[in-house]
Design a protein around this ligand. Structure first.
Ligand SMILES: NC(=O)c1ccc[n+]([C@@H]2O[C@H](COP(=O)([O-])OP(=O)(O)OC[C@H]3O[C@@H](n4cnc5c(N)ncnc54)[C@H](OP(=O)(O)O)[C@@H]3O)[C@@H](O)[C@H]2O)c1
Length: 217
């Protein structure tokens, strides 16, 4: 059993991570700006108020945990630009305050920086809306930041496939490091259910500390 705190626990991806972890017998603390937004009750679920951009809040959420997951996002590119790399910095600062007692960090990343079968990063795909590219770049900046602090905090960034949507839990997926996972029909996708499974699999069997990986079908 692991103790897991999740920032963004009310979001599309975060709430699946919470459910997957609870279903697998872990103790979960859902960290949300507004605790009334978490309506689920479960004997192994605690709810804590917290802001990912506040290092002191991160320290409080992380204390006594085995893993801290961040699944935060904004509504648009401006929200992401204000949130994603700054949240990585605040998470690292908040974990630093706990020294050797700090839990490991798993950040939900973005697919944009992944290498496509054509060789270039996904964000160079012609025709992508500017707003989408800016969100992808925000995740790229956060990943660059984590790679620069390598060694100080035990971080993992998990990039979804190009598409991630609510669906079914197949219980199977493929992983790669920096290459986009593409299926036989050329589609890069994963359900939020299987993405959450991959997060909890990584918590139970750490295989990507200090690096980014991705999951897809
Ligand atoms: N293909 C891809 O690469 C791909 C696709 C989808 C998503 N993503 C990434 O995955 C992440 C999560 O996406 P999502 O769709 O699950 O997001 P979402 O549904 O919009 O949820 C975002 C969550 O972040 C929380 N949050 C925002 N600012 C916060 C703050 N300052 N402190 C604490 N919590 C905060 C929100 O909490 P409140 O309830 O307090 O607002 C909410 O729970 C995003 O970064 C997104 O870019 C990547």
């Amino acid at each position: 059993m692991a103790r897991i705190a999740v920032f963004g626990a009310s979001g599309s991806i975060g709430h699946r991570v919470v459910s997957e972890a609870l279903d697998r017998g872990h103790e979960v603390t859902a960290v949300v700006r507004d605790p009334v937004r978490v309506t689920r009750t479960h004997p192994a679920l605690a709810v804590l108020g917290g802001d990912v951009l506040d290092p002191a809040s991160v320290t409080v959420a992380a204390r006594g945990q085995d893993t801290l997951v961040s699944a935060v996002g904004g509504d648009d590119a401006a929200g992401h630009e204000a949130l994603i790399e700054p949240s990585a910095e605040a998470l690292v600062a908040g974990l630093h305050a706990l020294g050797a007692e700090a839990p490991r960090l798993i950040m939900v990343g973005g697919a944009g920086s992944l290498r496509t079968p054509g060789g270039g990063p996904l964000w160079d795909t012609p025709g992508l809306p500017d707003q989408v590219v800016r969100i992808m770049r925000a995740h790229g900046a956060a990943l660059d930041y984590l790679r620069r602090i390598d060694g100080e905090v035990r971080w993992t960034s998990l990039s979804p496939s190009a598409q991630i949507e609510s669906g079914s839990r197949r219980g199977a997926y493929r992983t790669a490091l920096d290459d986009l996972v593409v299926d036989e029909e050329g589609r890069s996708w994963i359900s939020t259910e299987d993405y959450a499974k991959a997060v909890v699999d990584e918590i139970e069997r750490p295989a990507h500390i200090g690096r980014r990986f991705t999951v897809g079908y």
